[in-house]
Design a protein around this ligand. Sequence first.
Ligand code: GLU
Ligand code: ZN
Length: 308
Amino acid sequence: MNAPTPVHRGRFAPSPTGPLHFGSLVAAAGSFLEARKRGGEWHLRIEDVDAPRCSQAAADEILRTLEACGFAWDGEVVWQSRRGDAYAAALERLKAEGRVFACTCTRRELADSAIAPDGATIYPGTCRQGLAAGRPERAWRLRVGDAHVSFDDAIQGHIDSDLAGEAGDFILLRADGLFAYQLAVVVDDAESAITHVVRGADLLASTARQIFLQQCLGLPTPGYAHLPVAVNTEGEKLSKQTRATPVDGVRPGPALFAALEFLGQRPPAELSCAVPAELWAWAMRHWRLDRVSRGPACPAVTGGIIAP
Ligand code: GLU
Ligand code: ZN
């Protein structure tokens, strides 16, 4: 007899641009606990599609740190750098259906374009009706037309998005020949049959684009929950750029404790120096997504987790 399909399949999808820092630990812990609490699976995908920004060493370090933190994932790790054929096939389908167009615009030509709330350039539509003669195609973009996308985020609430105003025709294949994050994520989440995406709210602005792309490709839309973004005392998102301290892979307990606190879970103070197994045992019993705030928030400075 076949095992019943699990109702919940979550994932964590770090980009190996540097070591695992507190913000990614929060995303890992939130997605892991939500999946396990519901008796679901939790998958791991290394998002190394943007090869120039990623490294194998960073990926190895992230995997080691996740193991040291006591995360256990289901199945094989998925590597985006090995999935180019799947992305190419998706793009070909969209080409065949006339949903994408080639774009010759250079960065400089787009420099005067409007800026989306997430800082991205909104494409002005220059090449939508066809390429100017003699100009080489550089990128492929998805036509968004007048599409509106709305969804209910389990943490951030109801989101309405006007794609033309917030993103414009967005890139699926970049001028440098690399597939764009938006395409890779959508193809991979579907391939892994992910039912619930739990990730940082810095990606909230991408979600409408991803849902639209799922619709274009006839793929199911998972549920979404966007966790608060961890910021430093200056209000900047913790990242490699803001020199967030990497999670200590030798003694990860305090960082995990801080991540649970950050996620609104109120672990008892006596666990502040506990090892991961004890923290997970507690968290598995007590995890509640409805305790997670919308953020952004500055995590408590515990054990030197956050860079000064
Ligand atoms: N790779 C992305 C990041 O590290 C996350 C993508 C996702 O969770 O959809 O920010
Ligand atoms: Zn163009």
